[in-house]
Write a protein that binds this ligand. Structure first.
Ligand code: AMP
Length: 370
């Protein structure tokens, strides 16, 4: 199970199906113990309660009736305080034992209204059962007879509960995520070993590696519109225009909404790309945690790239003037990003000369402190 996205928010697994089953079973038994000598009417408060009621009723061993009422009180993640009209009660409740079934009670505003309505119906007993209860925010004096599980004040979805109508069909409970991604910009001139290191680091830290160069090359190989557009720039070692690159990057991130984080390799390469990335991540409540720059002397890089060009088939690796042009792009446009991240105290240099393993260890030491 991993993080899910509903509308604009991310949720992580919280209470699994097995635990919910146990809680519901316990509630059914407690109510049964108290109500076994009569036929209670269970009244579910729609919409959130439908799975809970269905499961509880299946486990209820004695005679009972079931009905539903509807009251809407939520808009977004916070209680609005607006409580709408109650719809759905047609039975005569005089002299009956009523058990109100709620999926979750937080401030108690909704419940108070329902409670008052039922209190006026000459019932014999009025009991309240809730699957989840948030004691930290409950503001009312109402007696809650049966509580499945008390939870901290966290926004949850699943098992009937929604976030703006989505998430009701999930079989377990998820909570809004406070977990932050680990997002790293792996930086360094062409040939510094970013791709090699990213491959190792993504396994080690369970991150998604996005290499803009690889995405462009994939598109060129498959002759997509994006590929055709990027090819002429890339073949000469020039940067593909920002707008194209930024949109492509966003699309790659959106493909992996449940990631633990990203290794951005070859992106950002310009200040406007860095600004766009910051804005895009902050919309998601995320940020770049570090820029880790591999430092390698230029002559070593030229040797590495010409060597790679013999097997990679990359036109931009086979000609020293194109390689020098890429260094030039790096030095004039890209290396200013060092300052961009240094200003945010997010810049870390790592010696990129040595064995692959040693370099991975140097980078890991940085990531482990984030
Ligand atoms: P790389 O594989 O990272 O060396 O990238 C190869 C080429 O892809 C670059 O020389 C650019 O032409 C293009 N490219 C990759 N990433 C970007 C980017 N962030 N902005 C603009 N062009 C890029």
């Amino acid at each position: 199970m991993s993080t899910i996205k509903l509308h604009d928010k991310y949720f992580e697994p919280y209470i699994d199906q097995g635990k919910i089953d146990l809680i519901v079973k316990t509630l059914a038994n407690q109510i049964a113990e108290d109500c076994k000598d009569e036929t209670p009417i269970f009244i579910g408060i729609l919409n959130g309660c439908f799975m809970f009621v269905s499961d509880l009723i299946r486990l209820y061993p004695y005679s009972c009736e079931v009905s539903f009422v509807k009251l809407a009180s939520y808009q977004g993640t916070e209680t609005t305080g607006i409580v709408n009209e109650l719809v759905g009660i047609n039975e005569d409740l005089t002299g009956r034992t009523i058990v109100i079934l709620e999926d979750i009670i937080d401030t108690g505003g909704t419940l108070q209204k329902i409670y008052d309505i039922f209190k006026n119906k000459n019932v014999k007993k009025l009991k309240i059962a809730t699957l989840f209860f948030k004691p930290d925010v409950f503001k009312k004096e109402l007696p809650i007879d049966y509580i499945g599980l008390s939870i901290p004040d966290e926004f949850i979805v699943g098992y009937g509960l929604d976030y703006n109508d989505l998430g009701r069909n999930i079989n377990s409970i998820y909570k809004i995520t406070t977990h932050k991604m680990t997002n790293i910009v792996l930086f360094g001139p062409p040939g510094a070993g970013k791709g090699t290191q990213a491959d190792l680091l993504k396994e080690k830290y369970n991150l998604v590696h996005i290499s803009t160069g690889d995405v462009f090359r994939f598109n060129i190989k498959n002759k997509t519109e994006l590929g055709l557009l990027a090819k002429s720039y890339m073949d000469h070692g020039n940067l593909v225009p920002d707008e194209v690159t930024i949109n492509m990057l966003k699309a790659e991130v959106e493909k992996n909404t449940d990631a633990n984080g990203f290794i951005f390799d070859g992106f950002p390469r310009t200040t406007s790309q860095a600004e766009a990335l910051d804005a895009f991540l902050s919309e998601k409540g995320e940020t770049i945690n570090a820029m880790i720059a591999l430092e390698v002397p230029e002559d070593t890089l030229v040797e590495r790239l010409l060597e790679r060009g013999k097997t990679s088939g990359r036109p931009d690796d086979q000609d020293e003037s194109k390689i020098r042009n890429r260094f030039n792009e790096y030095n004039t446009k890209t290396s200013i990003l060092k300052d961009f991240y240094a200003k945010q105290n997010k810049y870390f240099g790592a010696n990129g000369v040595g064995s692959i393993n040693d370099i991975t260890n140097r980078i890991s030491t940085i990531i482990d402190t984030l």
